[in-house]
Ligand binder design. Structure first.
Ligand code: DC
Length: 216
């Protein structure tokens, strides 16, 4: 059984997908984390992301592994746990740029399909319902307004003791939406058979309930 949850940055996909997976006893697979691991490699090794040959070479040097420890996904980049390092803002922005490149998408597609073939999964990302798992039994497109998503991110960073700039967060979200929705390969869009969920005025619990109640 596979559940696909797609949607733009900051829509709450990972929080919701994690909770849905826990309730149903499935494995949660965060595909954004895989793109982030590749982005981290690109940043750390100062690879020119616009140079196709360099990106291709980097993809051949990269080994990404997903493990679940106490039900929580851990991403390993060439044997190193990079779970904490990939959460940085600059890594997310680079992930969005790198995700438009064919060698990067090809590399992760096989990995994602393999995991879904051998497990019951709740997989979140941008192209899961449309491209990675077109036959997923349940598909959701989870979104929220740019203002709501920016405010959620702002609160998250403030709680961590940072002093973020809300206008900057909004601009980053808009840029990422644009890149993710307008790239040539597997752009973010709602699958025809996905259920649209706007979480702007919903609590996490309401969204989780809504999704779980539909799964038989
Ligand atoms: O969900 P996230 O913010 O961790 O994802 C980081 C970037 O990775 C996102 O901006 C676009 C890319 N991505 C993708 O292209 N396809 C996916 N299935 C998941 C993420």
């Amino acid at each position: 059984m596979n559940i696909a949850i797609d949607g733009p940055a900051g829509a709450g996909k990972s929080t919701i997908a994690k909770a849905v997976a826990k309730e149903l006893g499935y494995i949660y697979v965060d595909t954004g984390a895989m793109y982030r691991a590749i982005a981290l490699y690109i940043l750390e090794n100062k690879i020119d992301v616009e140079d196709e040959e360099s990106v291709c070479r980097a993809c051949n040097e990269i080994d990404i592994q997903i493990k679940h420890e106490d039900g929580i996904q851990q991403v390993y980049l060439n044997g190193r746990n990079v779970q904490a390092d990939i959460r940085k803002e600059e890594v997310g922005n680079m992930a969005s740029t790198a995700a438009a490149k064919k060698p990067v998408r090809d590399k992760l597609l096989t990995l994602q399909r393999n995991i879904a073939e051998t497990n019951d999964v709740v997989m979140d990302g941008r192209d899961i319902g449309t491209f990675v798992l077109p036959n997923a039994e349940y598909k959701y497109y989870l979104t929220a307004s740019v203002k709501t998503r920016a405010m959620r991110r702002y609160k998250e960073l403030t709680e961590k003791g940072e002093t973020p700039d809300i206008a900057r967060i909004e601009a980053d979200i808009e840029k990422r939406d644009y890149q993710d929705m307008n790239r040539d390969i597997a752009p973010l869009k709602q699958a025809e058979d996905a259920i649209y969920v706007d979480s702007s005025d919903m609590t996490i619990e309401q969204v989780v309930r809504f999704m779980c109640d539909r799964v038989k």
